[in-house]
Each structure stands twice: as structure tokens, then as C-alpha cells.
Write a protein that binds this ligand. Sequence first.
Ligand code: C2E
Ligand code: MG
Ligand code: MG
Ligand code: MG
Length: 292
Amino acid sequence: RAKEGGRNSFQFFTQEMQNRLDARMALEQGLHRALQRDEFVLHFQPQVDLRSGRIVGMEALVRWQSPELGLVPPMQFIPVAEESNLINAIGQWVLNKACATLRGWLDAGVPVVPIAVNVAASQFSDQEMDELVRSTLERHRVAPELLELELTESLSMVDPEASIALMHRLKATGIGMSIDDFGTGYSNLSYLKRFPVDKLKIDQSFTRGLTSNPEDRSIVTAVIRMAHSLGLRAIAEGVETDGQLRLLAAEGCDEIQGYYFSRPVPEQAMLAMLERGMGMDIAPLARSVQRR
Ligand code: C2E
Ligand code: MG
Ligand code: MG
Ligand code: MG
């Protein structure tokens, strides 16, 4: 009996493993097809300057518009894409689409702002990344100032010197660079000071606790101060409430991104925001800063 039970649990285990493998294989094949059939789409989320109240940038966020599964969020396929080497092809698609979108808006006379594109760590180990950026910008005749790459702290861990050299070559193309999810990675400050980046993006986990958790508030304040003393801008991600916004303004945060101003939206909706010159009334913010 004991033997039988042991055998059954062994079979159960392998069946579960098999199911997981099957699901992963199906997802991988789905992503291959998605690339062939051009099923990815970009949504855009505005980034707002807290001194002017104007939209000064937007982040491109990829989604998979699957005929079978509907709109699939990136957290459900980016990790698999990273493990299966599909991330480079998807990353290239995203970069190309972002530049093509800018070109379309420029041709239509839309007052555009820079687009920030997420870069996966494995994409960054491709030493030709700077060539790819340069040729993509040229292909669409887009000025490098209109492109920003969002890097994560972890990308420098495999080969820090090679990563820093690549960052400098990217910087030389004229694009902007930021560190995404700042504070959640390895935060190796001796590397940070050597990164030729322009911006720190404060991770949304810190923004979330801003008004309720004194530790989160201390961290946010410290990151803003550190960014400024290194000559960088600070942007807070995941801003959802008026209270968070006021605290960030009071602490001198430069920009915000989050549902408070807008969720990520499809291309047409982002275009409408830019055309209308949509922004935020900062008068109440200025008053709350003065009161301090
Ligand atoms: P991220 O780069 O940190 O992007 C911010 C994420 O936070 C987005 O999720 C965005 O929709 C969400 N967000 C923005 N404001 C708020 C808010 O106020 N509250 C809350 N709760 N969430 C907010 P999304 O679009 O699902 O993307 C998740 C992650 O997937 C991204 O995190 C990024 O790491 C990755 N990702 C997205 N697009 C790409 C891409 O083109 N390439 C790569 N490599 N990764 C991507
Ligand atoms: Mg990002
Ligand atoms: Mg982030
Ligand atoms: Mg993230």
C-alpha cells in the first residue's frame, strides 16, 4: 500500500510537471506566432512634470493582443520570453514600433514628447544594442532626444564593465536613459555613480506606502535627494492618490507616472491627450509645497 501511494504521488508530480511544461510550450509557441502575425500592441502612459503640470514623456508598455486569450499583460509573457530567447525579437519589435509611432505623430504635426522603452536585462547583454538603437532611429528619422531606455539595476550584474561601456555608447547616440524600479534591485551605488543615466524611477512599491508607511516615505525622500545630488531627475511610479502626489511635490520629486493622472492607454487615446495638450492643474500643489 505504502508502495502504491508512493508511486501514485510520483505520477501525480510528473503529471503536474508535464502540465506546466505543456502550458509553457503553448505560451512559447503562441509568442512565436504573435511575432509572425504582428499581434503585439503598445499602450502608452503619460509622465507629468510637477513644476509645469505638463506631459513631458510617456512610457511604452507592451501587450499581446491574442485572438484566443484576449489582451495579455506583459507580466504573463515577458518572463517566458526572457527564458526562451524571444525577448530580443519582442524588444526589437517594441523599439521599432515606438519609433514608427513617433514618426507617424511627427508627420501629423502632433506635439510629441519622448517615449521611454523598457529594456530586458538579456537584451542588454547584446553588445550591438547601440547599433540597433541608432539604425532604428535612422530608419524612422526620429531624433535621439525623443527616445529613452528604461534599464533595471540587475542588468549590470552579469558583466558590469561591459554593461557600463554599452551604456556609454548608448548615451553617445543622444538618447536618454533611466533606471526602472529603482530600489528593488541590487542598488550597487558604486555602479550607479558610473551609470550615464538621466533619471531614477522610484518603484511603485515605495510610492504605495508613501502616505501610510514612514519607512517608505523616508526611502522616497532619500532617493529624491540622492537623485538630485547626482544631477539626475526623480520620477515616482504608481502614483494613485492626491495624498501621494502632494507628498511627492513637497519632497521635490520632478515627475510622476500613475493611475492618478492616467492609466496606460492605447495609441489613439495617447494621441488625443497630446493633441489637446492635456495636463494637470498644479496650483493646489504649489500651495501645499509653500505651506511646508
Ligand atoms: P514597469 O516598467 O515598471 O511599468 C510600470 C507598470 O506599472 C505597468 O504595468 C503599468 O501599467 C503599471 N502602473 C502604472 N501606474 C500604475 C498605478 O498607478 N498603479 C498600479 N498599481 N500600477 C501602475 P504593465 O504595463 O503591466 O507592465 C508590467 C511590467 O512589464 C513593466 O513594469 C515592465 O517591467 C514589463 N514590460 C512592459 N512592457 C515591456 C517591454 O516592452 N519590454 C520589456 N522588457 N518589459 C516590459
Ligand atoms: Mg518601465
Ligand atoms: Mg517600473
Ligand atoms: Mg516593474
